[in-house]
Design a binder for this molecule. Structure first.
Ligand SMILES: O=C(O)c1cc(=O)[nH]c(=O)n1[C@@H]1O[C@H](COP(=O)(O)O)[C@@H](O)[C@H]1O
Length: 314
């Protein structure tokens, strides 16, 4: 099962972190942009080529450190179909380096449309009887707030193609509480807890051998209290924890998301890793080296809190 593969990658690398690949031109060193603009023009084609080259450098530098990468689709979409091609090529390149790829699409719609999203990102697309893998991620972030009929098609595709999903429960952004913290009086619990419970239920259809199902939940590093509460309440739900670094989350904040085996969560950092070269003020040609140093620092900081990671007995 796909989530098992993520856990095994985390265990092997002793690193419960994921590098976000959310590139925009201002994050990319000048020498890459100049080369790509010269080759392809200063247009969407040139920009997309720069994104891909930047990403490949990051992936090469990070692939023996991190277990996974998380490209956020919006950063590619803003560069048109050329950007989406860069997304597809980034996914393929990361997979070829043994990385688990979580595409951050936060997709959701009615069931019929969700079938199309599921085919696009996790399954295969049918062309008159022949099937093709479109984007081929290992996991996709989704929004569960349309309810079960939006999630069911994903569960089917996950089961058939060995994939996983992460469902937004308590997001990291400052205004997430406006709706997600509201109490559901009939259930005596806030909305994000109800969503967590739904993840736990949906996960029954995708059981994993280490106790964590193929339906994970997104819980922000910026809300450690809720992270702790959710870890206790949802023993079979693996967490994607964004908000470390650029959004202010630190090792102390993410620690409550883990179980007693040091398992149960993966912490994302995007700008913290991608833009480390700007923060360090190092030679821009060493941008990937700076990303690696930050990824190692982040790993060591979180691992110092966890001690070690072992996989719960099967
Ligand atoms: O689903 C996500 O990954 C996500 C959920 C959430 O609650 N908060 C959140 O920041 N994210 C994503 O995680 C990444 C965070 O980026 P940085 O703040 O640069 O580390 C971005 O790709 C966000 O879109």
């Amino acid at each position: 099962m796909s989530m098992d593969r993520l856990l095994e990658n985390i265990m092997r690398k002793q690193n419960p972190t994921v590098a976000g690949l959310d590139p925009k031109l201002s994050f990319i060193p000048g020498h890459i942009k100049e080369k790509c603009f010269e080759e392809h023009g200063k247009n969407l084609e040139g920009a997309a080529a720069a994104l891909l080259e930047f990403n490949k450098g990051l992936i090469d530098a990070l692939c023996d450190v991190v277990p996974a990468v998380k490209p956020q689709a919006a950063y590619y979409e803003q560069y048109g179909w050329q950007g989406m091609r860069a997304l597809a090529e980034t996914i393929a390149y990361a997979k070829s380096k043994g990385l688990f790829v979580i595409v951050d699409g936060k997709r959701n719609d009615i069931g019929a449309t969700m079938e199309a999203y599921a085919a696009a990102h996790l399954g295969t697309t049918d062309v008159e009887g022949e099937t093709f893998e479109a984007f081929g991620a290992d996991a996709l972030t989704v929004n569960g707030y349309l309810g079960s009929d939006g999630i069911e098609p994903l569960l089917k595709v996950c089961s058939a193609h060995d994939k996983a999903i992460f469902v937004l429960a308590k997001t990291s952004n400052p205004s997430s509480g406006e709706l997600q913290d509201q109490m559901l009086h009939a259930m005596y619990e806030p909305v994000y807890r109800a969503m967590g419970n739904m993840c736990q239920q949906w996960g029954l259809k995708l059981p994993g051998k280490y106790g964590y199902s193929g339906v994970g939940a997104v819980v922000g590093a910026t809300y450690p209290k809720q992270l702790k509460e959710m870890r206790k309440a949802l023993p079979n739900t693996f967490f994607l924890v964004p908000g470390y670094g650029a959004q202010g989350g630190a090792a102390d904040d993410v620690a409550p998301g883990f179980d007693k085996h040091g398992c149960g969560a993966i912490v994302n950092s995007s700008r913290g890793i991608m833009c480390a070269w700007q923060k360090e003020g190092c030679d821009p040609k060493d941008y990937a080296g700076a990303a690696r140093r930050e990824a190692v620092r982040m790993r060591d900081e979180i691992m110092a809190r966890l001690g070690g990671i072992s996989l719960p007995a099967t």
